[in-house]
Design a protein around this ligand. Sequence first.
Ligand SMILES: Nc1ncnc2c1ncn2[C@@H]1O[C@H](COP(=O)(O)OP(=O)(O)OP(=O)(O)O)[C@@H](O)[C@H]1O
Length: 259
Amino acid sequence: MFELQNVGYKQGGVDILKKVDWAIRGGEHWAVLGPNGSGKTTLLRVACGYQWPTSGRVLRGGAELTDLSELRRRMGWVGEELLSRVPREQTALQIAASGAIGQIGLRLIGQVDPTDEDYQRAEQLLVDSGCGGIVDSPFRVLSQGERQKVLVARARMTDPTLLVLDEPCAGMDPGTRERFLAWLQTQLTDKRSPSLLLVTHHVEEIMPGVERTLVMEAGRVAAAGPTAEVVTEGLLSRLYGVGVDQMVRSQGRMWPVWG
Ligand SMILES: Nc1ncnc2c1ncn2[C@@H]1O[C@H](COP(=O)(O)OP(=O)(O)OP(=O)(O)O)[C@@H](O)[C@H]1O
């Protein structure tokens, strides 16, 4: 689907990304792990076409990209920055439908409104994600889990081939998080879903459907491949500077017991 070859990103004389090679094929779901400041967000911004690398190549479908907006159109992004820009008084349906016109919520004047078909599609996406009961609720009253689902529905309005979820469980209580992750697992196994990139600091959030993991360390790819092979006690201890006493494996998930 897309490929980064020998990608570097330098800002203010600092190498933020160094010699990154990464290829994502259609239908693959990836987790992206790495300590704070290791370059995850920068990598995804390059991968999704929000910024050019300062060296290396970005390919899509085997051909080198010359137009980043082409890449951006095929990517959906759900993260903290987006969450903070949502107009809180607008309804779940309005927020979801605004994805069809490339906006975060609707402006009251001077814009092209979503069509009736867009609203129907947005409602269907919300219903399919178990949010049928909150379509007319203002965003401000929604739970953290519902907010994430509304933003996923918004991102899916343009049929992205790849969807980035940047720390979607941040701030969720354990019950909300587990219900959200159970829902995410159903999305991962649904053939209609786009490929997913899940950025997280918590290994246990890597659901069984996320079969591959890329690990960033100081701007480089420290490891990439099948999650079960890549995510080991030794790697986690080195990455985070805290020992892992044991890794509990249960129902396809891994729970590190930090020492
Ligand atoms: N525009 C910028 N100018 C200078 N330095 C930057 C810029 N953007 C990011 N950095 C630096 O690059 C490094 C990687 O940042 P990035 O946000 O990609 O890391 P991250 O792995 O996503 O971190 P976190 O887990 O904390 O979100 C950090 O040291 C950050 O301070």
